[in-house]
Design a protein. Structure first.
Length: 480
């Protein structure tokens, strides 16, 4: 059975690159009827934090993509150690007692910076001597005994990057267990993949070189390695790898969430970074993505996210978000806007938000923009504006006053529906002998506080008779 896993480390927020890896795993599993597993790789005890774990879980839940099983590596340490000790017993690994130097760490570099492959004095130590020193309490690291001088070549076919090969003579004797007894990333990851019966490993291209070591562990565990698919990296505009230290919060999923992105638009955008469907579509729903996603559509070249200090988000991401907002059912969008409005301190009712939403749906790109576009619906008093804004084109202050006074008369008697308001105000313009636009312009500014606003008749209907008349009277006073 197809089983994939997403394995984040709780050492920080949910990185957008990690989120894309989760999305690709999820799409592959869901399209092929497989199982999606979330495995928290929390064996790095010095760097793990509960705050990071909660941030990762919140980010994943915001995406709206569920998973079927969940595990924590820290609950499975005995499993990891058993595999390492089994390899030691079979002669596939050895104890390295030189734990003081960098050669004992997860590195293939020595103090001098030269490539380090093995420690012959430790690798060739007799089993009896190794057992004696271990029994005496001397600390040691357990290393994999990579074959030397055999001409063996590790090969695998990556679903994205094709045929891969590396001689075992070029692979260092990598650590499995640290002197503390804690597993290394290589051991813990592979031991869990074996136990959880992972069939496909989908992860970032930066793990491609690790795969040769992992194949050795899978073979030592007596199982066929999973199939691998490595994803191109996400880069900043300058070509560097995205990082919190260099690029700040723009690489965090929660930054997108808190800035007003829709989760489906986020998923849509990040799918298009390094993958493309066979057709030229860009805006796609989750169901559409599930139908067309495949490894064949993943590109080998790294993908660039375009952003700057003045524009923190890629223009395509913002455009896609706006497209998803415009095509969303009004009731659903209203439900997304309510928390934004209420978090800003406006106690708008669900009924009123549902009335406002269709008037602004075409005018916002991000959910947070509702606060700027619909503010006049939400406040009792308008922000100050220049009285000159009330004067219509090819008109003067006197014309504006006449139009507003007629508006008071027309709106006092009008039926407060879209059609009723339009009929009343057009009739008022005819009474004054002015163009409809010269009637509407000062009314729009009077009730909204600016010239650029949603359609006038729908706006008046939502504001209601009492609010509209009160604001028009204040505008007349301002002109006078």
């Amino acid at each position: 059975m197809l089983r994939v896993r997403f394995a984040p480390s709780p050492t920080g927020y949910l990185h957008v690159g990690s989120a894309r890896t989760f999305i690709f795993n999820w799409l592959y599993a869901r399209r092929n009827g497989g199982t999606m597993i979330l495995r928290i790789d929390d064996t790095d005890l010095e760097r793990n934090t509960d705050e990071s774990l909660q941030s990762i879980l919140e980010g994943l839940k915001w995406l709206g993509l569920n998973w079927d099983e969940q595990y924590r590596q820290s609950d499975r340490l005995d499993l990891h150690r058993r595999l390492a000790l089994d390899m030691l017993a079979k002669g596939l690994a050895y104890r390295d007692f030189t734990v003081a130097g960098p050669e004992a760490e997860d590195s293939d570099k020595s103090h001098s910076g030269a490539t380090w492959l093995s420690n012959p004095g430790q690798r060739e130590m007799s089993e009896e001597e190794s057992d004696r020193r271990a029994a005496a309490g001397e600390p040691f690291v357990i290393r994999y005994r990579v074959p030397r001088g055999t001409g063996e070549v590790i090969r695998f076919t990556d679903a994205v990057y094709g045929e891969q090969a590396k001689s075992t003579d070029d692979i260092e004797d990598f650590a499995l267990l640290r002197s503390s007894g804690a597993p290394t990333y290589h051991l813990a990851s592979c031991a869990d993949d074996v136990d959880l019966r992972i069939s496909h490993i989908v992860r970032g291209q930066d793990h491609l070189t690790n795969t040769f070591k992992h194949i050795l562990i899978f073979r030592a565990a007596g199982v066929e390695p999973p199939q691998f698919a490595h994803l191109p990296l996400l880069l900043a505009p300058d070509g560097s790898k995205l990082s919190k230290r260099k690029h700040g919060p723009v690489v965090s999923v929660t930054t997108y969430r808190d800035s007003g992105f829709m989760p489906q638009a986020f998923v849509n955008f990040f799918c298009l970074l390094g993958w493309s469907p066979k057709d030229d579509r860009e805006k796609m729903t989750l169901d559409e993505l599930k139908q067309v996603f495949s490894f064949e559509g993943i590109n080998r070249s790294n993908a660039v996210i375009n952003f700057s200090e003045t524009d923190p988000f890629d223009a395509k991401a913002v455009w896609l978000n706006a497209e998803h907002i415009r095509t969303m059912p009004v009731a659903e969008l209203s439900g997304h806007l309510m928390p934004v409005v209420n978090a800003a301190g406006f106690g708008v009712t669900a009924e009123k938000m549902l009335q406002i939403t269709p008037l602004i749906q075409e005018r916002i790109r991000l959910l947070n923009e509702v606060l700027a576009v619909a503010d006049f619906f939400l406040v009792d008093e308008l922000a100050p504006y220049d009285s000159a804004e009330l004067i219509p084109k090819k008109g003067d202050a006197a014309m504006a006053v006449r139009a507003l006074r007629q508006a008071l008369i027309s709106l006092a008697a009008a039926e407060f529906t879209h059609d009723g308001l339009e009929a009343a105000l057009r009739a008022g313009a005819e009474t004054l002998g002015i163009k409809a636009g010269q009637m509407f312009e000062p009314i729009r500014v009077a009730v909204c506080g600016r010239k650029t606003a949603p359609p006038l008749f729908g706006t008046l209907e939502v504001l209601g008779r009492e609010t509209a008349l009160a604001r028009i009277e204040k505008a007349i006073a301002k002109l006078n």
